[in-house]
Write a protein that binds this ligand. Sequence first.
Ligand SMILES: [Fe+2]
Ligand SMILES: [Fe+2]
Length: 493
Amino acid sequence: MSDPERPHRKRKIALSAAIYALCYLFLLTIIFVMIIINDPAGWTTYLVEQFSDVLFLVISVFFLVVIVFFYYFFEDRETLVSMNNTLLIFSLFSVSAIICYLFGRYISPYSRPLALFALLSLFLLNRRQTIFLNFIYTFFIFIIDVYTNAYATTELVQEVYSTLMLGFVSGTLAVFFAGSVKTRAGLVFTGVVLALPTSLVVALLNLSSITNDWGLYLANIGYRMLGSVISSVLALALMPVFEWVFNRLTLFRLRELTSTNAPLLARLKTEAPGTFNHSLIVAQLSEACAVAIGENAELARAAAYYHDVGKLKQPECFTENQTGYNVHNELTPELSADIIRSHAKDGYELLLSNHLPKPIADVALQHHGTLPMKYFYEKAMRISGGEANIKDYSYVGPVPQTRIASIVMIADASEAATRALRDHSPESVEKTVRTIIEERMDLGQFAECDITMHDLTVIKQTLVDALSGVHHHRVEYPTIRFNRDSLREDKRE
Ligand SMILES: [Fe+2]
Ligand SMILES: [Fe+2]
C-alpha cells in the first residue's frame, strides 16, 4: 500500500537538506572571516599556498554538518524538517564559536566559554540532542583552532588539543550539572561548579609545563575557572535572545510566563477575575496531572494559566465573571454559543499576537476540542421544538493534539463541574471526573494525541485526590449566636 504522505515528506527532507547546505556555507564563511582577521595582510597567500589544508578544512566541516543531518534523519525527523530547529542549532554553533574565538584570541585559549554551547542547547533543545551536538561542536571549535589560532602561531599546539579535551569535559559535565537547574541563578551556579573539574583537567593536561613556568601554569588554571563561570553568565544573557528569536520554551521562560505579573495574566486578573481564579486552580491540577504521567509540568502549568485568555474579549459573557446579571438571558442560544465558542480561537490569536509560545496557544485552541455546548443546545432545542443542529452548538476544535492539551481539557472541565457539586466526597468527585473523561473518550476527543488508558486512569486519580482537597467542606460552625451580653463574665455567676 502506498503512503500518500510520502512525496510530501520527501520534499520536506529535501528542503531541510538545502537549509543544511546553506548553514554549512555560513559556518565556512565564519571560519574564513576568522582566518582573515588573524592575518589581514597575508590571508590570500595563505589560502593559495596552503590550498590542501584549506580543502581539508572545507571537507571536515562538511562532514560535521552531514553527521548532524544524519543524526536527525535517523533519530528525530520532526526536528530535521523544522526550519526553526535547524536555524536554532546552527545559530547556536555560530554564536558560541564566534564568542569562543574572540575569547581565545584576545584573552587566553583557556578562558574560552566552552560550556556555553552545551548550556544554551540543553535548555533550548534537549539533553539528548545536546550530548550529541556538543561532540560535533567541540570538533568544530577544534577545526577553527587548527586553522586560525594554530595558523597565527605554531606554539599553541597544546592549547589546540586541550580544546578538544576541555570541550568534551565542559560540555558533557554542563549537561549533567545543569540538568536539574530550575532558576536563572542556578544556571550561574552551574558555571561555578563546573570551574572545579574543568580547571582540574587543565592542571593535569599541563603538568609537563609546571616546571617551565609556574606563573603561566597557574594563570591557565585561573583562566579555565573564569571560562567556566563566563560560560554560564553568557548562557544566562543570551538565553532570552534565543528564546525570543526562535520562540522557544525554556524552563525559565515558562516560569516567567506563569508569574502573575506577566502582562496577559495581569489583564486577566483585573478584567476577568473569575476566569483568573479558575485558571489558577486548573493550572495546579494540570501540573499535578503532568507530574503524575511524566509530562512537562511547567508547560502544563503555563498552558493552563492561559487556556481561557480568549475570554478577555467579552469577560462578562462567562459565568465565572458574572455577578447576578446573565447576558445570555437576552441572547438567542445561537448567538450565545457563537460567543462562548469563539473564546478558544480568540485566546489562540491573542496569545500568538502577544508572542507567546505556540504550544501554549495550541492548548487554548484545543481545550474544548469539538465538544457540544450542552446548555445552549438544550435551550435551542427547547425554543425551536427540537430543530437545532448539534454542530451549531459545538466547539470547532481541533481536538487535543498533545497529552498536555488533553490534561488541560480534563482538568478544566473537572474544576468547573466539581465547583458546582454540593457533595465533595471522594466518591462523588470520582464519579464526576470519570463521567467527564468517559464522555470525552466517547466523543473522540483523545483520538488525535498519544494519551493512553493508563494515563487517563492516573489523571483521573490525581484529579480526584486534588479536587476532594480543594473543595473540602469547612467545619460547620455551631449555630449559636453570641451577643455582648452572652460574653459578660458576670453572666456566668
Ligand atoms: Fe475554556
Ligand atoms: Fe476553562
